[in-house]
Write a protein that binds this ligand. Structure first.
Ligand code: PMP
Length: 360
């Protein structure tokens, strides 16, 4: 349904209808000019050739420094989505199952299914602050469980996992010998402090997935990275060798510039999204929606008792606003996801229509 709504929104736009697009996590802001200039300078310097499938040493060293690991623990991937695909491919190409707490980012489920892996969904609820129930998690783990996927801050709820739950999941995974893939693509721009899977020490075999799309407004550049033990990084590199070979060096140079300016870029982005989140929460609360306050930029995942989110979303699209139905993120018919990734005036107009449509 997520992709169906997007296609329909594009079609309506082609027909000349104005659509306020609050359905995707693609920021409206431009990539910071310093990053664009760094790519241009790199291209002009002739960095347009094949290169290492691990990624550029300077970039890996900078990422390693940021996460207090060694560069041998870092591989550069074309977007974090590819890193997640590569990880799931390597861990599950010979079968097994993966546990995914919901609501989830749709791609995890689709990737697992594309590999023929079994998916075990673990439902969490807004009423319980989206907390993973550790007993339920333990019940789901069996001999075939290869991986648990965590996503904090979460898409679509923008909730940061509380430390106690995170500690409990890591402890359980360590006891049972299950690998955690921790997708922390929104962590650097979180409004609140977040804990990383890397804070649990490198002796375990857990894997961090991260990227540049969200922190640096670089969605279209396609660059991300994985942090893991050396053997796993070597295996992802082998996969890179027979597929993408390497992320273009000028894009890696641009990403390096982003990391050098990390603090100023991330804080500017955070401030902008905090204002949008405040506006959304004020308007949605006044209209009677229930939700957990976003801990991070981009998304709100409101609920209205008795809502049929697929019908509501299609109706809203006819009125010129695209959002994503809750059913795209698991069994959440009464929820829908709003992406705060459009210009401020459009977000405001979109929120007004969202609130108005809920009364109909
Ligand atoms: N993880 C999550 C939770 C996401 O929401 C997204 C993008 N919507 C990604 C990963 C992929 O990001 P990218 O491939 O652009 O790094």
């Amino acid at each position: 349904m997520l992709y169906e709504i997007n296609e329909k929104a594009l079609k309506l736009e082609c027909e000349g209808k104005k659509i306020i697009r609050l359905n995707l996590g693609d920021p409206d802001m431009a990539t910071p000019p310093e990053i664009v200039e760094a790519a241009y300078a790199s291209m002009k310097a002739g960095k347009t050739k094949y290169s290492s499938s691990y990624g550029e040493l300077k970039l890996r060293q900078k990422i390693a420094e940021l996460h207090c690991v060694k560069e041998e623990n870092v591989v550069i991937t074309p977007g974090s989505k590819w890193g997640i695909f590569a990880t799931m491919y390597l861990m599950m190409k010979n079968g097994g199952n993966v546990i995914i707490p919901t609501p989830y980012w749709t791609a995890y489920d689709l990737i697992a299914k594309s590999l023929g892996a079994k998916v075990k969904l673990l439902k969490t609820e807004m009423e319980n602050e989206w907390k993973v129930d550790l007993n339920k998690l333990e019940d789901l783990i069996d001999e075939e469980t290869k991986m648990i996927i965590l996503n904090t801050p979460n898409n679509p709820t923008s909730k940061v996992m509380d430390t106690k739950t995170f500690d409990g999941i890591v402890e359980l995974a360590n006891q049972k010998g299950v690998t955690i893939l921790s997708d922390e693509v929104y962590a650097a721009i979180s409004f609140v402090k977040t804990k990383s899977i890397l804070d649990y020490g490198r002796e375990s075999k857990h894997i961090l997935s991260n990227g540049f799309s969200k922190t640096f407004t670089m969605t279209g550049w396609r660059i991300g990275y994985l942090v893991a033990d050396k053997t796993f990084i070597d295996n992802v590199t082998k996969l890179n060798q027979i597929t993408i070979n390497n992320v273009p060096v000028f894009i890696q140079d641009a990403a390096l510039k982003g990391l050098e300016l990390h603090k100023q870029i991330a804080s500017a982005i955070k401030a902008k999204y905090q204002k949008r989140a405040d506006l959304a929460t004020t308007k949605l609360s006044a209209a009677g929606f229930k939700f957990t306050k976003p801990d991070a930029p981009f998304y709100v995942f409101p609920k209205l008792d008795g809502l049929d989110s697929e019908k509501y979303t299609l109706n809203l699209l006819d009125q010129g606003v695209a959002v994503a139905p809750g059913t795209s993120f698991g069994d959440y018919r009464e929820h829908f996801r709003i992406s705060l990734t459009a210009p401020d005036d459009q977000i405001e107009a979109g929120l007004d229509k969202i609130c108005e449509a809920a009364k109909q």
